[in-house]
Design a protein around this ligand. Structure first.
Ligand SMILES: Cc1cc2nc3c(=O)[nH]c(=O)nc-3n(C[C@H](O)[C@H](O)[C@H](O)COP(=O)(O)O)c2cc1C
Length: 326
């Protein structure tokens, strides 16, 4: 299913080259101030057109079609849609015969038995994340005073983002990256010990973002090489502050009031202009493929605002769960 959340429920819909994409958000408390301008800043942070991102021209004007009355949530599900523009579906004609290596074309064709909309990656496209971003704007209002901020740490293995992008563009290749997200002013007590731990809920959401291949909280995989004496976060205040934050703000699945810190690994874009040897499923012979069309050279450049959005969505859901038990 395309829905997430028990209390703050987000459902995504649309395809990259269909008429619209969008989101329905259920559970927004009546009275929360919401207007179209609220979305402008975060939508702009996700946009295409900058060096290293897709040249596709997206208008990205949010059309709030339900759930908001007189600039306030009215308690009904909020649906926000975006028209799709700037598509060139012709460049996807060959996807049926030669599915793009490491994109979803092959699995989509098998799973949906040829009925899938393969144009521009269909429902697997990064385009669908615009719905997450606007849901994130609303979630950020609900979780205030918690502040969520994400930043790019490196792309293509380098902290010099500009140089790494220039090299990838010159080589007609793509690169991945690492994005770090920090949530400050965290309350103590969000999350559950097992299946709805903060890590599980946020991991579920973060791995739902196309192209995310790794998530680590605090020290992440590095903790396996540390000793307890190095890794333990000793308490330095009766409010539960710790001298270090190797845990990334979560212990036993529950937020401990220190900053929530995690990183995501973003893979290099599958669609590359460089020639690749791959199977032609029409001829059943190996063939060559060089991908044309509007593609991001480095998806990581567009991930920070999306990572923030899903973090806010997950925290809103957990926070509202706590309130139901008050
Ligand atoms: C914001 C964003 C933009 C993306 N742009 C592209 C793109 O231009 N070309 C591409 O091949 N994949 C792009 N992707 C990634 C694909 O959607 C993704 O790799 C594909 O659906 C397969 O899923 P997986 O990588 O999670 O396994 C983008 C993802 C996001 C989040």
């Amino acid at each position: 299913m395309n829905s997430f959340g028990r209390n703050f429920r987000v459902s995504l819909f649309g395809e990259s080259h269909g008429t619209n994409v969008g989101v329905t958000i259920d559970g927004v408390p009546a009275g929360l101030p919401i207007c179209a301008d609220d979305f402008t800043g975060d939508i702009a942070r996700r946009k295409t057109g900058a060096k290293g991102t897709s040249p596709r021209v997206e208008m990205n004007i949010p059309n709030i079609i339900s759930g908001v009355f007189n600039d306030h949530a009215n308690g009904d599900p909020i649906t926000i849609i975006f028209s799709n523009t700037g598509m060139n579906s012709k460049s996807y004609d060959s996807v049926k015969d030669i599915p793009r290596p490491s994109h979803a074309d092959f699995v989509a064709a098998k799973k949906f038995r040829g009925f899938e909309d393969y144009r521009g990656g269909g429902h697997f496209s990064g385009r669908i994340t615009i719905g997450l971003v606007v849901a994130g704007v609303i979630a950020k209002k609900i979780i205030a005073p918690i502040e969520v901020k994400a930043e790019i740490l490196e792309v293509g293995g380098s902290a010099n983002i500009n140089e790494a992008i220039d090299n990838a563009l010159r080589e007609r290749d793509s690169i991945g990256g690492i994005v770090q997200c920090v949530a400050k002013v965290m309350p103590i007590g969000l999350g559950e010990p097992f299946f709805d731990s903060v890590e599980s809920v946020l991991g579920h959401l973060l791995f739902s973002i196309p192209a995310i291949k790794g998530v680590e909280f605090g020290e992440g995989f590095r903790c396996a090489r540390m000793k307890g004496s190095e890794h333990n976060d000793c308490y330095v205040s009766s409010a539960g502050r710790t001298a270090t934050n190797h845990a990334g703000g979560v212990i036993g699945g529950i937020s401990n009031g220190n900053d929530l810190v995690f990183r995501v690994a973003v893979k290099p874009t599958a669609s590359i202009a460089r020639e690749q040897n791959t199977m032609n499923f029409k001829t059943n012979q190996m063939d060559t493929l060089s991908i044309v069309g509007a593609h991001d050279t480095c998806i990581a450049l567009r991930i920070p605002v999306i990572a923030e959005a899903v973090t806010a969505i997950g925290l809103a859901d957990l926070l509202m769960e706590e309130k139901t038990h008050e």
